[in-house]
Write a protein that binds this ligand. Structure first.
Ligand code: GLN
Length: 305
């Protein structure tokens, strides 16, 4: 496996030049475009990695499945589904699928910004600090890494410049999908996007989603299987935004990307995969990361179809 990963990284690195690092969040523009790392953890408990698998980057949208998980655990499926739909928008991550002067649950899903921002309101907690703290604790638990922290610079950078997300949140409020103070909701969302992880952490989180909520090392159930089924289904159709169809064809497993350059891929009952490479394609997905997953999927026949 190690030699497969090494040769896949060598091949995928060629595509880095076709992409660019995210610039709309100024701190993210400082990322080193050449970094590329992959980690695979199998159901047998073996961990393999290659390249920059231990470099830290911010989760960005990869936090969305965990926001969804916490809201499902706190509220159950019906309440979550009532606020945020599950249909792919076919549009970029920061737009509404919005028409006819109406905005409702069917126009958003948990993997686009508007859906994830709306879901932050369903996290249980006395205030938004407590809601965020509970989310961070969940990420630490699922990643088996109690040391995960927020990258304060990225958080402040996004808070200072995130006017598109601000606009989305005010639209949610205008249409009655959220009622709380918009700045407080956004603060929780921006901090959540700024949690720092490595490709190794992502592989561990993916492994838990690949095993119906069971953490294999301790054989402990962290959450109900019906939640991982819900989340993996949404990842399959919406996890790579408007690139989800192509990704389903070429890789064929539930996955989530983030503009920090990470991709987390869930191979049900087989393995969790984490990738990091910050050069993105036009849809905001890691360009070498997708190439690496395409190659790995062909090599190991990972597609679930
Ligand atoms: N924090 C980013 C944003 O809200 C997350 C987007 C992404 O990773 N696609 O714009």
């Amino acid at each position: 496996m190690k030699s497969i990963l090494d040769s896949i990284l060598l091949e995928s690195a060629k595509y880095i030049n076709d992409g660019s690092v995210a610039c709309y969040i100024p701190e993210l523009a400082k990322a080193d475009k050449k970094e590329l790392g992959i980690c695979v953890i199998t159901n047998e408990g073996k961990q393999f990695f290659s390249g920059d698998a231990d470099k830290f980057f911010t989760m960005q949208s990869i936090i969305k499945p965990l926001i969804l998980l916490l809201t499902l655990m706190d509220n159950g499926i019906d309440r979550v589904r009532y606020l945020v739909g599950v249909e792919a928008t076919g549009k970029p991550f920061d737009t509404f699928n919005y028409s006819d002067q109406a905005l409702n649950a069917e126009h958003i899903n948990p993997m686009v910004n508007a859906g994830a921002i709306a879901l932050c309101t369903l996290i249980k907690g006395e205030n938004y600090d407590e809601k965020f703290q509970r989310l961070l604790e969940l990420v630490r638990k699922v990643s088996c890494n109690p040391d995960l922290q927020v990258d304060e610079r990225v958080y402040l950078s996004e808070k200072a410049t995130g006017n598109k997300n601000r606009a989305l949140a005010y639209m949610l409020k205008a249409y009655g999908l959220v009622n709380d103070n918009v700045e407080e909701i956004l603060d929780c969302y921006f901090k959540a996007c700024s949690i720092k992880v490595t490709a190794m952490d992502l592989a561990q989180i993916a492994l838990v989603f690949a095993n119906g909520g069971i953490e294999l090392k301790t054989n402990k159930r962290l959450f109900d299987k019906k939640y991982s089924q819900y989340i993996n289904a949404v990842l399959m159709t919406c996890g790579m935004y408007d690139g989800s169809g192509e990704f389903a064809l070429n890789v064929g497993v539930p996955a989530k990307s983030g503009v920090g350059g990470g991709i987390m891929a869930v191979v049900p009952n087989r393995m969790g995969i984490g990738i990091y490479s910050p050069a993105l394609d036009k849809k905001g997905n890691s360009i070498a990361g997708i190439k690496a997953l395409e190659e790995l999927s062909k090599n190991l026949e990972l597609s679930i179809f």
